[in-house]
Design a protein. Sequence first.
Length: 186
Amino acid sequence: MDFYKQRILPASRQMKDLEKAVSSSFEYLVLLDMHVAQLKNACQMVHRANKKLFLHIDLIQGLQSDAYATEYLCQEYRPYGILSTKASVIQKAKQKGVVAVQRIFLIDNSALEKSFKLLQNTQPDVIEVLPGGMPNVIRKVKQSTNLPILAGGFISTNEDVELALQAGAEAVTTSNKQLWTLYEKK
């Protein structure tokens, strides 16, 4: 997946952060930690700006992250993509023609092996590797899956971003607004 040379995907945790991301030059945005009651306004704002929104379904408060919720979000809000740790969500997103991003948490070699099995079952469009500040692990995931990778979590400096990209990540997801500013096209 090519994010059109967008090296950072701004990840918003609050409506004011989403507003800032929407008014930026970034085309691809990630929405985290949103209450279900705010979702309609958030999605409308993003659609009006002709941006592409990835919804992190596991973090939408007031909505169970399952296949039914995924179907509802895809039909009602038409996100560009869905992020989740759950296989049923990834499979339903793919079924609905939405970019499916499988989020994997890699804390040790056992988690890595379990993640490889999960990825074989779900066959996501994109993988988000957390924590993203592990270039050697990003390289290993890239070599083993040959899928596009987003790096997220513990990305706090320009060096973190560059190391993740050099290791094979297509882009980095971050809520760090200083990095948004640094990587925004002027």
